[in-house]
Design a protein around this ligand. Structure first.
Ligand code: HSE
Length: 344
């Protein structure tokens, strides 16, 4: 089976997937019978290009690395915006990796609605649309006989969503708690080693962990979107981001961290969803944890989530929470799962 992919957004995450697709082309074909052509890339900064028979993905990646845009790629039609690319290209899978906006969900919501309306499958890492409109969008996908997959919205390629929906299907998840933002965990870890807030934030941006606007990480909004997604998709909640009391790490100083260290404790930004009188509730806040709590030992860009279930009790996953290859991988997993579910 061969898929035609269009990338809506070609920043860190989109390029992460593109590199994996190039590296694993033979592996995907030989092991899963999955073949692909990337026929379009559309990004407000990197530019856009559509080539019906498939772009030369290696050249596109080299071109973007060299000039920062696709302008110098010498084939295809240039200049189509995101919606024209979704509507008018031959792509049957839309890779929606435009930047997250947790307040409005845009432009991701419009991209996803347009794609599903055209009966195109959508694979996304964009947290805004899923946190705000998961129910509507998943129903639209179902109605149109296509899939909406979003593993990478939570914990990058570490399998949080697919674990919940597939491996834990049939278990009642009563509580989810853990570290769900890579940037802030990286920052808190480095600050505990004495580095300044500004310095470690810049490092997190350089390493491709932070959101396009890193306010979303340090003010807790990114973790807020993730706990809303988990609460709604996994626990049957009906939360919006506004329902979630949210505090970030902006108030935590090096002095606070040093004082905590002397007390044998560490700050961690914790997302928590639980059930209370039949209702799903959630919050995000920095908390002091001591060495007997395993979250104390989860450092750097690594995240961890514990699912408390009726059947198994606690199930915990630990893995990367952000990163170019790591988040790109979540899109590859979704593509592969979509392919395998078709049994082709
Ligand atoms: N900015 C996010 C983080 C990226 O640091 O966790 C992954 O969602």
């Amino acid at each position: 089976m061969s898929y035609k992919l269009a990338f809506i957004g070609f920043g860190v995450v989109g390029q992460g997937l593109a590199k994996l697709l190039v590296e694993k082309r033979g592996y995907l074909k030989n092991n899963f019978g999955l073949e692909y052509a990337v026929t379009a890339v559309s990004d407000p900064v990197k530019g856009s290009v559509y080539q019906e028979e498939g772009l030369d993905l290696i050249k596109i990646l080299e071109q973007v690395e060299k000039d920062g845009d696709v302008g110098g790629y010498d084939k295809g039609i240039k200049g189509w915006d995101s919606l024209k690319t979704i509507n008018d290209t031959n792509a049957d899978v839309i890779i929606e990796v435009s930047p997250t906006n947790i307040e409005t969900g845009e432009p991701g919501v419009s991209h996803i609605r347009a794609a599903l309306g055209k009966k195109k499958n959508v694979i996304t890492t964009n947290k805004g649309p899923v946190a705000l409109l998961h129910k509507e969008l998943s129903e639209l996908a179902k109605k149109n006989g296509v899939v909406l997959k979003f593993e990478g919205t939570v914990l990058s390629g570490t399998p949080a969503i697919n674990l919940s929906l597939d491996a834990l299907a049939g278990a009642d998840v009563r509580e989810i708690k853990g570290i769900m933002n890579g940037t802030t965990n990286y920052m808190l870890t480095k600050m505990a080693e004495g580095q300044s807030y500004d310095e470690v934030l810049k490092d997190a941006q350089r390493l491709g962990y932070a959101e396009t606007k890193p306010d979303a990480d340090v003010k807790g909004w990114d973790a807020q979107a993730k706990i809303v997604i988990l609460a709604n998709v996994v626990m049957g909640g009906v939360l919006t981001p506004k329902d979630v009391h949210t505090e970030g790490i902006t108030q935590i100083t090096l002095d606070d961290i040093e004082k905590a260290r002397k007390d044998g404790k560490r700050y961690k930004l914790i997302g928590h969803a639980w059930k209370e009188s039949g209702k799903v509730m959630a919050k995000v806040s920095p908390q002091l944890v001591s060495a007997d709590d395993f979250l104390y030992h989860v450092d750097g860009v690594i995240n961890a989530l514990t699912f408390d279930t009726d059947v198994l009790g606690k199930v915990t996953i630990v893995g990367p929470g952000a990163g170019k290859k790591e988040t790109g991988f979540s899109l590859l997993v979704d593509l592969l799962n979509m392919h395998c579910a078709r049994g082709e």
